[in-house]
Design a protein around this ligand. Structure first.
Ligand SMILES: Nc1ncnc2c1ncn2[C@@H]1O[C@H](COP(=O)(O)OP(=O)(O)OP(=O)(O)O)[C@@H](O)[C@H]1O
Ligand code: NI
Length: 266
């Protein structure tokens, strides 16, 4: 049994164009994906492809005007709204894309400690802060006193502290320096070794292929490919969908190799 099963998920919004005509926007189209226990699955796609909506659908955080079809199962049981209410922040945690999700009125140390379920909250928070190079004094600050990178590390700390079975990380690393990015990804791998599973949402295919077990490629609300990370290698010939291959081949490091070779051949 998979930890998470997304079966034929479709999401649409009804919007009004400038002539006030109704238009239905299909933002997620018949998407099926599962995450096994102990797996890191990356969801990769361009801006606007539907990554955050997928995350919000799983966590039951879609805006009320979203029309949703399909089925979401966690440990084989439907994610009803009552169940979501119980599971959110305990078994299911989100690292949100925006740092605006921090509570502006609460010191950040407390926000992390409140999320801790196993062990002494203060000790766990201290340990996580050390891991993410957040100075102990940071705990006393309010979100507005943090830099963007610090706020993002606090968001990761909150989710990490929860010890959730499934962590959904929505673009957790932009704005962080390379060292902290590597630390964050390494920490995800440790969480998985300790029994968690992770959905890593990113537009960075190189990062996805490096840390995930499987990579799902989203194009305009449709999953066009779900492949083992190992298929993202060489020229991408193991990938089935041309968009997945094109994304892989478009990485700067590949153009460099390509450039070298054509120079050599010339
Ligand atoms: N409340 C809404 N009403 C109408 N359209 C919406 C709404 N929320 C999102 N959308 C549209 O759904 C599409 C997918 O949005 P989503 O935020 O999931 O993209 P994303 O892949 O997370 O992008 P990014 O990488 O920029 O975060 C976009 O075209 C967006 O404009
Ligand atoms: Ni997003």
């Amino acid at each position: 049994m998979a930890l998470l099963d997304v079966h034929h998920l479709s999401i649409s919004f009804t919007i009004h164009d400038h002539k006030l005509r109704e238009q239905v926007l299909n933002v997620i189209d018949d998407l099926s994906l599962s995450i096994e226990s102990g797996e890191i699955v990356a969801v990769v796609g361009a801006s606007g492809s539907g990554k955050s909506l997928l995350a919000h659908a799983i966590l039951g955080l879609l805006p009320s005007n979203a029309k949703v079809n399909g089925e979401l199962l966690f440990e084989g049981e439907p994610l009803s709204s009552e169940r979501l209410h119980e599971l959110r922040g305990t078994e299911l945690a989100l690292i949100p894309q925006s740092v605006q999700y921090l509570n502006p009125l609460m010191r950040v140390g407390k926000q992390v400690e409140q999320a801790v379920r196993i062990g002494d909250p203060k000790k766990v928070r201290r340990h996580i802060f050390q891991r993410f190079k957040l100075a102990e004094e940071t705990a006393e600050l309010y979100p507005y006193q943090l830099s963007g990178g610090m706020a993002r590390r606090v968001l990761v700390s909150i989710a990490a502290g929860s010890g959730a079975k499934l962590l959904i990380a929505d673009e957790p690393t932009p704005g962080l320096d390379e060292g902290v990015i590597q630390q964050t990804l390494h920490y995800f791998q440790e969480l998985v070794e300790a029994g968690s599973s992770i959905m890593l949402i990113t537009h960075d295919l190189a990062q996805a292929a490096a840390v995930a077990d499987r990579v799902a490629v989203l194009l305009d609300g449709k999953l066009v490919e779900v492949a083992p990370a190992s298929s993202f290698s060489g020229e991408g010939n193991l990938l089935e969908h041309p968009y997945a291959r094109a994304l892989w081949q478009a990485l700067p490091q590949h153009q460099f190799i390509e450039g070298k070779r054509s120079q050599h051949e010339a």
